[in-house]
Design a protein around this ligand. Structure first.
Ligand code: FES
Ligand code: MG
Length: 590
């Protein structure tokens, strides 16, 4: 691009405004005090933010502190100027009451930074579950050139000669602890071995899933999502990402050109093929809505349900992140999906090329880990979206329905793909832990465990607690899972086929609030229905008598969050924030 044809950059409105030398000097002078020069800021070089999500509080993303050096070098070599700044930390495993509560807070903070400072483009460092959607939601709202650099998964964990995967091993080890097979020290040891290095969860939990979907959307360099955190390729792609964002600024390649409806449909298809986390529907719906692209749970069922499972990775399968990367990662998955005509190949990506062009040479390198589309691990492995008098919308991850679960609960004679049982209702995780082993509840194989008041309002952000372990006595008898339903979420690392994210949640008076222990519940997967078998008159009486428990805000943000947040089927976004879209172009700068 010649000097004449280069567009005037946003940052120059701060630092090279000939009409207002006074403000120009004020805006600029403090950025010189650590050694930057006027030439660097005033000669029209793209100013590139590095949105830093890593910190000591956020260990899954902490290595971004080091990777950022390679990003800076890439930016400088391509002719840009890097500015690294912190993003509100979101640590999935460390934040009380939930990390999900902070997704929208990090989103708001990042929007203000991207809009209010002289940034021409941004590298979004992502990794741990909510960091990816938070960053993409902000990039969608502000709509300046943006590129995702994920941190990559940890190395594969091993214990006693077996693979142990993040999170997934915890559910398994908890079962063994409950069954009395291991003690607490052995439990702690097994869990620690699942985290052998820097990086995010090495299973196909929410982190690996959301970073794969960022790549499927076209928002990160092809092949980058699966690279394990400690591998040299991770630092190399950090450099390439830094270099690429500078080109994107000159090409004015903004999120709104990349994250189109077709791109979101591609992401949904990939989600089914990789066996993605149950947190993906709310996160992707949230990103889409901030981008101004309509997307809801019905789209997930319609577009994604009949897509086969190709990736044999925990929790739906056997392997972990290193094997998945060596097998070809997302490009190999996309290559298979393309063969079946499942992808929109013409979507634009951060490379400036199409998704089809980006992945033209990709192929599977290990068919044990990534299956060819002709012989998938499962057919129809997407999310089933259910509705009925219990809720308007809830999801079920069908790729994790085990043969055992299917045989025990879904294959009743003459009643294919339906299950019926007696509800046992818990009012949140504390109540569950206090009462699950109470024999008076009479929990047996005919029971359906229900947990409520754990949705976005009830347990602010929505607690990952819907996958509930049966009472110890049942586990000892070999009944390791019961059907579970709830208005909360569950960890993406869980292999439980719970019915979750029920919207509207009980705390808003949704159908789940009317359910009582002892009611019969009927789920029909073919009909996509979920109902309590309670007459309408009785339900009307219960609604009249319904007293919802008061919600206690522990922090100012919880108060604001509860006042403005929507339900999980709508992405749990701050609904009023949707009034503000593509704000960099609309409002320009001060
Ligand atoms: Fe951070 Fe899983 S806990 S990625
Ligand atoms: Mg989680």
């Amino acid at each position: 691009m010649s000097e004449q044809t280069k567009p005037r950059l946003r940052s120059q409105l701060w630092w090279s405004n000939p009409d207002d030398p006074g403000m120009t000097a004020l805006y600029m002078e403090r950025y010189l005090n650590y050694g930057l020069t006027r030439a660097e800021l005033q000669t029209g070089k793209p100013i590139i933010g590095i949105a830093q999500t890593g910190s000591d509080l956020a260990p899954c993303n902490r290595h971004h502190l080091a990777l950022a050096q390679r990003v800076r070098e890439g930016i400088l070599q391509a002719g840009g100027i890097p500015f690294e700044f912190p993003v509100h930390p979101i640590q999935e495993t460390g934040k009380r009451p939930t990390a999900a509560l902070d997704r929208n807070l990090a989103y708001l903070g990042l929007v203000e930074i991207l809009f209010g400072y002289p940034l021409d483009g941004v590298v979004l460092t992502t990794g741990c579950d909510k960091t990816t959607p938070a960053c993409l939601m902000a990039a969608a709202t502000v709509d300046i050139p943006a590129i995702v650099l994920s941190g990559g998964p940890m190395l594969d964990g091993h214990a006693d000669g077996r693979l142990v995967g993040s999170g997934t091993v915890i559910w398994d080890a908890r079962r063994r602890l409950a069954a009395g097979e291991i003690d607490t020290d052995a439990f702690m040891h097994i869990v620690s071995t699942s985290a052998p290095s820097i990086g995010h969860c090495n299973t196909m939990g929410t982190a690996s899933s959301m970073n794969a979907l960022a790549e499927a959307l076209g928002m990160s360099l092809p092949g980058s999502a699966a690279i394990p955190a400690p591998y040299r390729e991770r630092a190399q792609v950090a450099h390439a990402t830094g270099a690429r964002i500078v080109g994107m600024v000159w090409e004015d390649l903004k999120p709104s050109r990349i994250m189109t409806r077709a791109a979101f449909e591609n992401a949904i298809v990939c989600a089914s093929a990789i066996g993605a986390s149950t947190n993906c529907p709310p996160h992707l719906n949230a990103i889409a809505r901030h981008m101004g692209v309509p997307l809801d749970n019905a789209d997930w069922d319609r577009i994604g349900y009949d897509v086969p499972l190709l990736v044999d990775m925990m929790p739906a399968g056997r392997h972990l992140g290193e094997a998945y990367y060596r097998a070809g990662g997302l490009p190999a998955v996309i290559a298979e999906l393309r063969k079946a005509g499942r992808m929109h190949e013409g979507t634009l990506t951060v490379t400036g090329r199409t998704l089809g062009e980006d992945n033209a040479g990709a192929r599977i390198l290990d068919e044990e880990v990534i299956r060819p589309i002709a012989r998938p691990l499962r057919d129809a492995a997407g999310f089933a979206v259910l509705s009925g008098n219990l809720f308007d919308s809830a999801i079920m991850k069908t790729s994790v329905i085990s043969e055992e679960f299917r045989r025990r609960y879904l294959r009743r004679p003459g009643d294919e793909d339906a299950l019926e049982g007696r509800a046992v209702v818990f009012e949140g995780p504390e109540d569950y832990h206090a009462r699950i082993n109470d024999p008076a509840l009479g929990i047996d194989e005919d029971s359906i465990l229900v947990i409520r008041h754990v949705g976005p309002l009830g347990y602010p952000g929505g607690a990952e607690v819907v996958n509930m372990l049966p009472p110890d006595a049942l586990v000892r008898r070999g009944i390791e899972e019961l059907p579970c339903i709830g208005d909360g979420r569950q960890s993406g690392t869980s292999g439980s086929p719970s019915i979750l994210n029920a919207s509207p949640e009980a705390a808003t008076g949704g159908g789940l609030a009317l359910l009582r222990t002892g009611d019969r519940i009927r789920i029909d997967l073919n009909k996509r229905s979920a109902d309590m078998l309670v007459g309408n008159d009785e339900l009307a009486r219960r609604r009249k008598d319904l007293v919802l428990p008061g919600l206690i805000d522990q922090t100012p943000w919880q108060t604001l969050f509860r006042r403005h947040v929507g339900q999980l089927d709508g992405g749990m976004v701050l609904e009023e924030a949707l009034r503000h879209q593509r704000i960099a172009a609309i409002h320009g700068v001060p």
